[in-house]
Write a protein that binds this ligand. Structure first.
Ligand code: MF3
Ligand code: CO
Length: 258
């Protein structure tokens, strides 16, 4: 197994793709409104990424046909955009987007509320975002991937929700998926040691109900088995010499909520 540590100039290059992938995600989020199809969101995202000097990381990745994943309500991840999938008030939509610039991948996800969502669904979004920030907080040199997973799991389960096990965060660099795996559950001090210069995508997938999954039937889509909604938040961070991880996928006016 090879964990790539990035040099300072490589981290600077990764911030460019990180920023673009975060910015396009925010722009897509604004467009997650009733009446909009997930195909329209994908068209917008691909154009935005290309207009800003990037290429859509996901398109063609393992045969994936689109520039983003749009997963609605009980769809957890890997929803292929479709003209037939039109958003309505009360939906939640998890958008996962990758942008590659100068050969470096950026990878981000966020779950957006469409119109007014039920209080329990709002709670799901809040708990999942909070679990992401807890994971980021644990992403420090000398800690391990298990410390991150433990932190994520604690927050999600304290809110009475469940954490997906089958899909995990990952190292990221020239490849979207590099070593190490970054699970959203686990035990302190286990897993890979975090060292300065490592860049990882932390991406909790949290279910309002049970964590069991089922395949969606098109070879990509993953749903909750119980039909209850799930959320997915992802950011890319670099491990620093000391102190907190540095956000690599950050919009220009982003305010860190911690
Ligand atoms: N962005 C996802 C991840 O975080 C992968 C997207 S699947 C793809 O790992 F095949 F569409 F790229
Ligand atoms: Co990812």
């Amino acid at each position: 197994m090879t964990i790539f540590v990035k040099l300072p100039h490589e981290l600077e290059a990764m911030k460019v793709s990180g920023e673009l992938s975060a910015r396009v995600l925010r722009e897509v989020g604004k467009r997650c409104q009733p009446g909009v199809s997930t195909w329209e969101l994908d068209q917008f995202a691909e154009e935005y990424i290309r207009d800003n000097g990037g290429t859509p990381t996901f398109k063609g990745y393992g045969g994936y046909p689109a520039s983003l994943c749009a997963s609605v309500n009980d769809e957890v991840i890997h929803g292929i955009p479709s003209k037939d999938k039109v958003l309505k008030s009360g939906d939640i939509i998890s958008i996962d987007i990758g942008a590659t610039v100068d050969g470096w991948a950026g990878d981000n996800a966020w779950t957006f509320a469409v119109g007014n969502v039920a209080p329990e669904v709002k709670r799901l979004l809040e708990a999942t975002e909070k679990s992401l920030w807890a994971g980021i907080e644990a992403a420090r040199a000398g800690n391990t991937t298990g410390d991150i997973g433990h932190a994520v799991q604690q927050v999600a389960e304290a809110a009475d929700m469940s954490v997906v096990r089958e899909y995990v965060g990952h190292g990221i660099g020239r490849d979207m998926h590099e070593e190490p795996d970054v699970p959203n559950y686990g035990r302190k001090h286990r897993g890979a040691m975090l060292v300065p210069g490592m860049v990882i995508a932390i991406e909790p997938m949290v279910c309002l109900g049970r964590r069991r999954l089922k395949a969606g039937g098109d070879g990509w889509l993953v749903r909750t088995r119980d039909g209850k909604p799930a959320a997915h938040f992802e950011k890319t961070v670099a491990i620093t010499e000391d102190g907190a991880a540095e956000l690599i996928s950050v919009e220009p006016d982003h305010v860190r909520p911690l």
